[in-house]
Design a protein around this ligand. Structure first.
Ligand code: NAD
Length: 332
């Protein structure tokens, strides 16, 4: 019987793990709630594969333990794998797989939800009502989504889903991508020039990975190109946005609001309980800002996405151990 050691098990993953065990009686699956660390690396003993979901990087001692163990496959329950030394693992003979895409419509739905919440100024109305202020303020009057242009920046799997949803709600949808996709043109029209794309986007929704080239793509200068009263939605990566410049644009009244599901330096607190005093200055400003709708990287967090993350990661292990074709394997 082949053995999989499953680290960082979360309660919401248990139904899919149970289903996997039923479907694959030829595998034994050891469940560990904690992350893989030097403290528990002895649990690698006798494992053919490990399934992980790390936020912090693994130490050199943990990598050595993996390389010197019987582990032949490591699967991460995430799309990104920049936090792992994949090259080193592959060189040592450990194959690696990830989950390139999981429930793109979950993230797209969240982008649409938060864009609509900001558009109707829900964060302001809700927080003011809680403080006894029930007035209708002309400053907070909205314009209907169907009278707006939504700019989708990055029209891949998630961007395409978001474009379909915004379009179905009656918005005019435009797109910007380094590699325009003709299929996506069914629901949006591309604008080749990024500055022009910004000038036309009443709502801009980001759906591209963070790279060296697009670091702070939304910065002091580019934010100015957005129309007066524009809304920014970021469910992609924090590094795409210069937070200080965004706060300035909100404070000056140029932008009406921002929905942020990601923050550039979220690594130290995301998925943990951390007192506000321990957060950095920009993050404190995000939380206090009335025009910012902040959420802790939960755009993906649906039952469908969790089932897909767990199922696809475990399936990758099965495929590799059974010497079958594994489309999710990361090659050197
Ligand atoms: P994808 O690879 O399918 O699409 C990304 C698109 O961005 C591609 O079409 C690509 O050509 C385009 N692109 C890349 N760099 C660009 C640039 N500099 N300028 C313009 N276009 C560029 O990816 P996806 O599955 O749609 O995911 C999009 C992003 O969503 C991911 O990179 C990730 O950062 C984020 N994400 C967030 C969550 C969450 O819970 N908040 C969950 C999953 C993914």
């Amino acid at each position: 019987m082949k053995k999989i050691v499953y680290f960082s098990l979360r309660n919401e993953e248990i139904p899919t793990v149970d289903a996997f065990e039923k479907e694959h009686p030829e595998f034994s699956l050891e469940r560990i709630h904690e992350n893989l660390t030097e403290e528990n690396m002895d649990r690698l003993e006798g494992a053919d594969a490990i399934c992980v979901s790390q936020v912090q990087e693994l130490t050199a001692a943990v990598y050595d333990a993996i390389k010197n163990s019987s582990v032949k496959v490591m699967a991460t329950r995430s799309a990104g794998y920049d936090m792992y030394d994949v090259e080193g693992l592959i060189k040592a003979g450990v194959r690696f797989c990830s989950v390139p895409s999981y429930s793109p419509s979950s993230i797209a739905e969240f982008a649409v939800t938060s864009a609509m919440a900001i558009n109707r100024r829900l964060p302001q109305f809700v927080s003011r009502a809680k403080q006894g202020d029930y007035r209708w303020n002309p400053e907070l009057m909205a314009r209907r989504l169907q009278d707006k242009t939504v700019g989708i920046a990055g029209t891949g799997r998630i961007g395409f889903e978001a474009a379909k949803m915004f379009s179905a709600l009656g918005a005019k949808v435009i797109g910007y991508d380094l590699y325009p996709n003709p299929k996506v043109e069914e629901v949006l029209s591309y604008v080749d020039d990024f500055d022009e794309f910004l000038r036309r986007s009443d709502i801009i929704s980001l759906h591209m990975p963070a790279t060296k080239e697009n670091h702070h793509l939304l910065n002091k200068e580019s934010l100015k190109l957005l129309p007066e009263g524009a809304i920014l939605v970021n469910t992609a990566r924090g590094a795409l946005v210069d937070t200080e410049a965004l706060i300035e644009a909100l404070d000056s009244g140029h932008l009406a609001g921002a929905a942020l599901d990601c923050y550039e330096f979220e690594g130290s607190f995301i998925t943990k309980e951390v007192p506000v005093e321990e957060l950095d200055a920009a993050m404190k400003k995000i939380l206090q800002h009335e025009k910012i709708f902040y959420t802790p990287h939960i755009a993906y967090y649906t039952d469908d996405a969790i089932a897909s993350l767990v199922g696809v990661a475990l399936e990758g292990i099965v495929q590799i151990l059974n010497a079958e074709d594994c489309p999710t394997e990361v090659k050197a």
